[in-house]
Design a protein. Structure first.
Length: 193
């Protein structure tokens, strides 16, 4: 599709330069850092004096600390991330009156929507990879346990499934942004003319 790469680059730049995304990224990284440290410290205390159980590195991601585990965090906040990144994708263009100019270019409307989705999914993948790598690095430091090949494989599979999970919500939000007539509220997903 002609124009997909240009839309993708523009949207990716918009996501990373947006104040809303920067604040969301900062809050999510801080919460995940605190959760990983508290879970790692709790696991370290629990495992003192015991033999090392199998897949102890994955316990860092699945064990509930003081609040909740990283897996539960992504399951709960993943849809929120997808909805925040996608709910205003097309409505923002309508409100700024740039959609007509964008469609007047030799770019298919499918390339506009697909470019916005691909930029959003790339942003989500980078965010989830950063959270996972930060938690893994902190786990190496706090627990002192090096993950095995099976643990790395399971973690990579979880990361891919998490990206697809958040991508579903991102796609749903972009769909709602396409069919909604205006950006009255993030939850308005009705066909109003």
């Amino acid at each position: 599709m002609y124009g997909l790469a240009a839309i993708y680059r523009k949207e990716l730049e918009d996501h990373f330069s947006n104040v809303r995304f920067t604040l969301l990224l900062t809050v999510i990284l801080m919460i995940s850092l605190i959760m990983a440290f508290m879970t790692g410290a709790g696991l370290r205390k629990e495992l003192e004096g015991f033999t090392k159980p199998a897949l102890v590195f994955l316990m860092l991601f699945t064990s509930t600390g003081t609040l909740f585990s990283l897996v539960q965090f992504v399951a709960f906040f993943g849809p929120l991330i997808g909805l925040v990144l996608g709910f205003d994708a097309i409505n923002r263009e309508r409100a700024q009156r740039t959609l007509a100019k964008l469609v007047a270019q030799p770019i298919h409307r499918d390339a506009i929507i697909n470019g916005k989705f691909l930029a959003g999914i790339t942003t989500v993948a980078l965010l989830l990879a950063a959270i996972t790598l930060m938690t893994a690095g902190l786990g190496l430091w706090v627990l002192g346990v090096v993950p095995g090949g099976e643990e790395v494989g399971r973690l990579a599979a979880w990361l891919v499934l998490s990206v697809f999970y958040v991508g579903f919500w991102l796609g749903l939000a972009i769909f709602c942004s396409v069919v909604a007539a205006g950006s009255r509220s993030p939850a308005s997903c009705s066909m109003v003319n």
